[in-house]
Ligand binder design. Structure first.
Ligand SMILES: Nc1ncnc2c1ncn2[C@@H]1O[C@H](COP(=O)(O)OP(=O)(O)OP(=O)(O)O)[C@@H](O)[C@H]1O
Ligand SMILES: O=C(O)[C@@H](O)C(=O)CO
Length: 422
């Protein structure tokens, strides 16, 4: 199979989000952690390469993304998708714009679109302004994000300092008139030398229009949702044959471990819901971990029955997080928690857990690395943007789900287990 769409994501949970939405169409989607060292042998129709480049130095993010592009080109891809966060997480320097311009240069294309909208998760764009639910981005909790605080809601103003070439907007009034009108608008902007076009979308029907208008662009950029209609479009016109089925759920043991390192408002609710069900749960205290190390946690884990799906969590309210960070530093506190949750993942797997549920982007990166996972097949969707995946770890086949901090409903941890059982 030749790859029809080559995708590059700037973080791990974002990569599973994109892969999950593409897989909704029933096509086979393969996700690689980092750029594989070997050339492609049996690439899937949809290949997603997960990088950890969202907050990396610009030159590093550009170099890694270019390497991913080369691998995807070797897999046969001629169309590419650059996935960033639905809340456009980036600094004034980048990396969304610089990476897009580097990919455009390598692909010899003079225009791309920017559409982080994800209506099912409350992200919409109107007149170039990004909303989270009913709030403008800059008034949402993203204004206080520790690494990429988003203090402007206007995507063109956010992108402008990150790119060299001119920017433009295709607004909702244009999108509402359908794919031909949108395509004509993009052509008109191209004629004026506009390389970067922010495109409004407030509903999934807008995303269908945008995908149809842009499906043959060498490069599209956005959140996951604008890529979602592409498989059906490629299947409909024969660009993609229907021969590649979605990954079958393998037979797995039922032992489960839930690991939560996200401190987002939604993850706090999810942990509260899960612990209220009486499951065995161990709360990590970063200060105690700094003093005594992870042994107490690992001893607790060693006594658990993984059929009861125990939870280990560092999830805490903002005051507790700040208190830990004041003593240990932001990075120090994060690293201690990530190292402990990673050790728990490996210990649980070695004791028979074959289903691993992880909450938090950085946490997911650390756990995935500790489990030695390099390639994931995409399975059933638990919540919009959060699929189960199947992968090899330590000589075992396991199911792994990586949940973005803000995704999923309050019952996510039990939803995930029910979804795999069904
Ligand atoms: N109690 C705590 N005190 C201090 N830091 C913590 C605590 N609990 C977790 N952390 C750290 O906070 C960070 C949370 O980031 P992570 O990306 O995992 O979650 P998130 O930001 O909610 O998710 P996403 O990036 O998907 O939105 C991690 O580095 C984690 O180790
Ligand atoms: O687009 C999103 O919001 C997520 O896939 C993500 O990137 C979380 O880090």
């Amino acid at each position: 199979m030749t790859t029809v769409l080559g995708c590059i994501a700037d973080d791990f949970t974002g990569a599973t989000d994109l892969a999950g939405l593409l897989a909704r169409s029933g096509v086979r989607v393969s996700l690689r952690i980092g750029v594989p060292s070997e050339p492609p042998t049996d690439p899937a129709a949809f290949e997603v390469i997960a990088l950890k480049s969202r907050t990396a130095p610009v030159a590093e993010a550009v170099a890694e993304t270019r390497a991913a592009l080369r691998w995807l080109q070797a897999a046969g891809a001629q169309r590419f998708f650059w996935k960033y966060c639905s809340t456009f997480d980036s600094t004034a320097e980048g990396n969304i714009g610089p990476v897009a311009e580097a990919l455009m240069a390598d692909l010899g294309t003079d225009q791309t679109i920017y559409c982080p909208a994800f209506p099912e998760n409350g992200r919409s764009i109107f007149m170039g302004n990004l909303f989270v639910g009913r709030q403008p981005l800059a008034e949402s909790s993203m204004k206080d994000h520790p690494l990429t605080p988003m203090r402007d809601s206007n995507l063109m103003r956010l992108l402008e300092p990150q790119v060299i070439k001119p920017l433009g907007l295709a607004d909702r009034l244009t999108v509402a008139q359908g794919p031909q009108v949108l395509r004509a608008e993009l052509d008109m902007l191209r004629g004026q030398g506009v390389a970067h076009v922010v495109v409004d979308a407030v509903a999934n029907s807008d995303l269908e229009v945008i995908a149809e208008a842009c499906r043959d662009m060498p490069l599209m950029t956005g959140g996951s949702a604008v890529a979602m209609p592409l498989p059906a479009l490629y299947l409909a016109d024969g660009t993609l044959s229907a021969e590649a089925p979605k990954a079958e759920a393998p037979a797995l043991g039922t032992g489960t471990i839930v690991l939560s390192g996200s401190c987002s408002a939604m993850t706090n609710k999810q942990v509260a819901d899960y612990t209220s069900r009486g499951v065995p749960a161990f709360r990590l205290d970063p200060l105690a971990l700094a003093e005594n190390g992870p042994q107490e946690t690992l001893d607790w884990l060693a006594q658990q029955d993984f059929d009861k799906a125990p939870l280990v969590y560092a999830t805490a309210n903002p005051e507790s997080v700040r208190a830990a960070q004041e003593k240990l530093g932001v990075a120090g506190a994060g690293e201690i928690v990530e190292a402990t949750l990673s050790a728990c993942a490996v210990a649980a797997r070695d004791r028979g857990a074959r289903r691993v549920i992880v909450a938090g982007g950085e946490t997911s990166g650390a756990v995935t690395k500790a489990l030695g996972v390099t390639q994931l097949d995409i399975g059933a969707e638990i919540a919009p943007g959060v699929p189960w995946t199947y992968c090899q770890s330590g000589g075992h086949q396991i199911a792994l789900t990586l949940k973005s901090g803000n995704f999923g409903s309050e019952t996510f941890f039990s939803d995930a287990q029910e979804r795999l059982a069904s």
